[in-house]
Design a protein around this ligand. Structure first.
Ligand SMILES: NC(=O)c1ccc[n+]([C@@H]2O[C@H](COP(=O)([O-])OP(=O)(O)OC[C@H]3O[C@@H](n4cnc5c(N)ncnc54)[C@H](OP(=O)(O)O)[C@@H]3O)[C@@H](O)[C@H]2O)c1
Length: 117
């Protein structure tokens, strides 16, 4: 496994699923973490799991917001650099899946998947 001690990783969509799993794995490898999602309660649960896995609380930055919003993305980068002095890894994970055929997908859902994310 790679040694991520002191490396700064942004993980979007860290409040559940693959992003949460990645955050906990990176915490076990010593990374410093900037974690995002919209659900603050879930994000705090991820942070707790990361602390248990090895990253100190003061090396975890939590930011809630909609990643489709450019200001949220800019704030994420700015605050990460301000807190940690740089960024080594970006896990650009936040997203949604839509499992249905084209004939049952309305155009608004199609546009959301293809243009907003
Ligand atoms: N699981 C699969 O089989 C699979 C297959 C192909 C691709 N993927 C992709 O892999 C990624 C993770 O999948 P997953 O299964 O772990 O999904 P998940 O459990 O639904 O997690 C998605 C994460 O993305 C965040 N997110 C979604 N939209 C967001 C937005 N607009 N702004 C901020 N955060 C947002 C969610 O945060 P909140 O809940 O806090 O909003 C959540 O933390 C997704 O991009 C998905 O499309 C997954």
């Amino acid at each position: 496994m790679p040694d991520l001690r002191g490396r700064v990783a942004i993980i979007t969509g860290a409040s559940s699923g693959i992003g949460k799993g990645t955050a906990v794995e990176f915490a076990g490898l010593g990374a410093h973490l900037a974690l995002t999602g919209r659900n603050q309660e879930n994000l705090q649960a991820t942070a707790k799991a990361c602390v248990e896995a090895g990253t100190p609380q003061d090396k975890i930055l939590l930011l809630t917001g909609d990643i489709c919003d450019e200001d949220v993305r800019k704030n994420l980068v700015d605050q990460t650099v301000q807190k940690f002095g740089g960024i080594d890894v970006l896990i650009n994970n936040a997203g949604i899946g839509h499992f249905a055929g084209l004939e049952t997908t309305d155009i608004a859902e199609y546009d959301k998947l293809n243009h907003e994310y």
